[in-house]
Every structure is written in structure tokens, then in C-alpha cells.
Design a protein around this ligand. Structure first.
Ligand SMILES: Cc1ncc(COP(=O)(O)O)c(C=O)c1O
Ligand SMILES: N[C@@H](CCCC[NH3+])C(=O)O
Length: 430
């Protein structure tokens, strides 16, 4: 499976449009999304549920990439979205996303954020800790209302992934621990709170996961927990949210199962578990972020300076870097990149693709094989749609790039390039 497509004149294309042309039209650095790929992935997840007759909800984890346009695409695909801050809620609502299809996550939601969520009619609060339970109770009382809640539990399963991005193991800042009894206590408190409609539980075991084993352990543990709660405490869950984390192909060294096939295996396991119990499967929610927007995103850069270092690979610098994609610097994440024109030419050298930020560690790709390049060439970095723009910064007061959605050979600007004025507007004189 290739990470990019080309047209008949051997140019990289995104959503049917030439990357060179997009770079010319909108400037670089530029983030472009192939919207068809986003839609196809959401639909592929939905089909896995339908094929098995399981009620399922795809809740896009919008921390992976949040802006009005993406919530609009998610809404068009009849999916839900998970949000992790007042800012994500506000963006989704500004996009016309139905508040009832939002679920609100976070290990330290503020009173103001909970109040905002409740007043705006956010559908589900994913309760993370006892402090939040108190805040939520206060907010619900003050607003004289009720809300649906899922309890986030930590099943003690740690999936194989980069250690910085693991969640879900017992030693996690997120959620109620099952083994120590925190989860049970939270369930009892919620069950006894007339303003809380406890609908079920949630767990998330990590990110960029290729193996189904961790997920299978997770669902076994969750089903056991729910069985125990239903037998001993008459609590019947109608929602089981198994989180996100489906891994994607960033480079040719990655060979993940297609995310929907991974989901299929998890659903098969759930069917086995529930048929052993002789019980119906609750509605299953998933929260994929990376797998929905990651492969669909492309970063377009223009090559600028070059520095040759005797005996070592040269630095080839582009007009973006850690400000629009912190992942290589933060997680040592690997990516691939190709020239927008004739991407299949045989390489003549391996370069270090450097960003323009004032940090030696601002290297986007450490070993990038490239044909002859020159200043002004457009380079396309692949599979950058998840946690790139959403983690972008104004470091060195570089403006964040523009974002374009491309679909059926049409392009539309969905986030304007930041201007110097945008960055200065909140500064005050002294
Ligand atoms: C609770 C929760 N749900 C969903 C996600 C999305 O994960 P991913 O982007 O790996 O699918 C995350 C991030 O890891 C998360 O913390
Ligand atoms: N930001 C991380 C993933 C974090 C997952 C959020 N729970 C990444 O770039 O891979």
C-alpha cells in the first residue's frame, strides 16, 4: 500500500489535485487533507458494526485534528465526536455539530468547562475522577438538570506503543482504577446520584496500536467488570466505549492491520464474550482519532537552504518544522516524504530534513532518501494528518500553516494561514 497517489504526469496528488498546484495556490507550509480518505475510514468502521449486526458509534477523537470543517465532515458521516476541552466544544458547536453527539473527556475538566458543557447540552460526560464527580454534581444542581455519563476506567492493560503516549495502564493519570476498587466506588456514587444517568464505561489503552492482543485483554476485563456490576449491583450498562488507538502506517516499515479489520477482530471477541454470558451486546463506541485523519493528511513544504557536512548526511531545510509537526522532536516519530514532482525517481543521497525553528532537534526526518533537489522544490510529507496541526505552536513566532480540504478534485481553504497580526493581537503594551 502506497502512502500517496500520482497523476498521469507523475505528480503527487491529494484529493485528485496536484500537490505542486496546491502549494502554488495556497503557499507553503501547507496542510492538506484528502477528505475522501477521511470519509472512507469512518464508513469502513461503521461497516464493521453493521456487518455483525452490532449497534456501534464511531466517535471521532477530535484532539487528533480539530477545526470547524472536520466536525462538519464527521457530522455528514453521522458520526459522533469526542472533545477534551471547552475549546474543542466551542469549535464543534461553531461548526453546527450536534451537542448531543459530543462526549467530553479529560482528567482535569474545570468547573467552567463542565458548566459550559452542561449548558450547551453536551451529550455525554466521560467522568474521570472523584474531584470531577463533585464538580459535576455542583454544576448539575446549579443548572437543575441531568446528564448522561460514562465512567472512564483503567483496565490495567498497556498496549505496545511509544511509552510517552501510553494510557490505560494502572499507573495512569486518567480514569478510575479497576483493580483497587476506585471504579466500583465511582459507579456506586454515580448510581446513587439522581442527576447522573450512568450509561456505561469507557477505557482507552493507548495509541498507534497494531496488535489486537491488548484490545482483547481490555474487552475481556471490561466485560467481566460489567458482568460483576450487573450481578452484584443491578447496574446494566447500555454503552461500552472501548476507546481509540488503532495504529496507522507512517512509513514503509509499518505494517498495521487496516484499522477497520482491527476493529472487526475486537468486535468478534466481544461477540464471543457476550454469547458465553448469553447476554446482548451493549452499544459499542469507538474513539478513533489518528486512524481517521492521519493517513489523509499531507504536509507541503518548500525546500530552502542546504548545508553539507563532510562525512555526514546533509541538512536540507524546509519552511516548516516542529511548529507545525512536533511529533518527530517529541516522540522521535518517523515519517516519509517525497518530492511533489516525479516522486518515484531513484534517490541519490540520504538527507536530514531540517525544519526552520531555532532548535538543533528540529529535524523532521533523520534519514530521508532523495533524488537531486534544489531550492524551491515542493516536498510532501506523508501521513501527517493526526496530532500535527492540532499540536502546532507559534514557536519563534512563526505563523501556523493554512489547512486545505481537497475532495473530488476541488480544494477549499478551511483554516487560514496565521498572520503576524494574528500572533500579535493578544499582546499588550507595557
Ligand atoms: C480517551 C481517548 N480516546 C481516543 C483517543 C484517540 O486515540 P487515537 O488517535 O490513537 O485513535 C485518545 C488518544 O490517545 C484518548 O486519550
Ligand atoms: N499526541 C499523540 C497521541 C496522544 C494521544 C492522546 N491521548 C501523538 O501524536 O501520537
Amino acid at each position: 500500500m502506497s502512502l500517496y497517489t500520482v497523476n498521469n504526469v507523475n505528480q503527487v496528488t491529494i484529493g485528485g489535485l496536484s500537490a505542486t498546484q496546491l502549494a502554488r495556490q495556497y503557499g507553503t507550509p501547507l496542510q492538506v487533507f484528502d477528505v475522501t480518505m477521511i470519509r472512507n475510514q469512518i464508513q469502513a468502521f461503521q461497516k464493521e458494526f453493521e456487518d455483525r449486526g452490532i449497534r456501534g458509534i464511531v466517535s471521532y477523537a477530535s484532539k487528533a485534528f480539530s477545526c470547524k470543517a472536520i466536525y462538519q465532515v464527521v457530522k455528514q458521516e453521522h458520526a459522533h465526536s469526542d472533545v477534551v476541552s471547552g475549546g474543542e466544544i466551542a469549535t464543534a458547536l461553531a461548526a453546527g455539530f450536534p451537542s448531543t453527539s459530543l462526549s467530553f473527556h479529560g482528567n482535569n475538566k474545570s468547573l467552567a468547562e463542565l458548566n459550559f458543557a452542561v449548558q450547551k447540552g453536551v451529550g455525554t460526560i466521560i467522568l474521570d475522577n472523584f474531584h470531577e464527580l463533585e464538580l459535576l454534581d455542583q454544576v448539575l444542581n446549579e443548572n437543575n438538570t441531568q446528564i448522561d455519563v460514562l465512567l472512564r476506567v483503567t483496565p490495567g492493560v498497556s498496549a505496545h506503543t511509544h511509552s510517552y503516549i501510553q494510557t490505560g495502564q494502572t499507573d495512569s493519570k486518567f480514569g478510575f482504577d479497576i483493580d483497587s476498587g476506585q471504579a466500583l466506588k465511582a459507579m456506586r456514587l454515580s448510581q446513587n446520584n439522581p442527576r447522573i444517568h450512568l450509561r456505561g464505561i469507557h477505557a482507552h489503552i493507548g495509541s498507534q496500536i497494531f496488535e489486537v492482543t491488548g484490545f482483547k485483554l481490555e474487552v475481556k476485563k471490561l466485560v467481566n467488570l460489567l458482568t460483576n456490576w450487573s450481578q452484584k449491583y443491578q447496574f446494566t450498562a447500555d454503552i461500552l466505549n472501548i476507546g481509540g488507538g488503532f495504529g496507522i502506517k507512517y512509513t514503509h516499515a509499518d505494517d498495521p492491520l487496516a484499522p477497520e479489520l482491527l476493529l472487526g477482530e475486537i468486535l468478534d471477541e466481544l461477540q464471543v464474550q457476550y454469547s458465553k454470558l448469553g447476554q446482548p451486546i451493549p452499544t459499542i463506541w469507538i474513539e478513533p482519532g489518528r486512524s481517521i485523519v492521519g493517513p489523509a493528511g499531507f504536509s507541503l513544504y518548500t525546500i530552502g537552504s542546504r548545508k553539507d557536512v563532510p562525512g555526514l548526511s546533509p541538512y536540507v531545510a524546509v519552511d516548516g518544522g516542529m511548529g507545525d509537526n512536533i511529533r518527530p522532536a517529541l516522540y522521535q516519530a518517523d515519517y516519509e516524504a517525497v518530492l511533489a514532482e516525479n516522486p518515484n525517481q531513484p534517490p541519490i543521497e540520504t538527507v536530514r530534513l531540517a525544519g526552520k525553528f531555532c532548535e538543533s532537534g528540529d529535524i523532521l526526518i533523520n534519514h530521508l532518501p532523495l533524488p537531486t533537489t534544489k531550492t524551491g522544490d515542493v516536498l510532501v510529507m506523508l501521513a501527517t494528518g493526526a496530532y500535527g496541526y492540532s499540536m502546532a505552536s507559534n514557536y519563534n513566532r512563526n505563523p501556523r500553516p493554512a489547512v486545505v480540504f481537497a475532495e473530488n478534485s476541488q480544494a477549499q481553504l478551511v483554516i487560514q494561514r496565521e498572520t503576524y497580526a494574528d500572533m500579535i493581537q493578544n499582546d499588550l503594551d507595557y
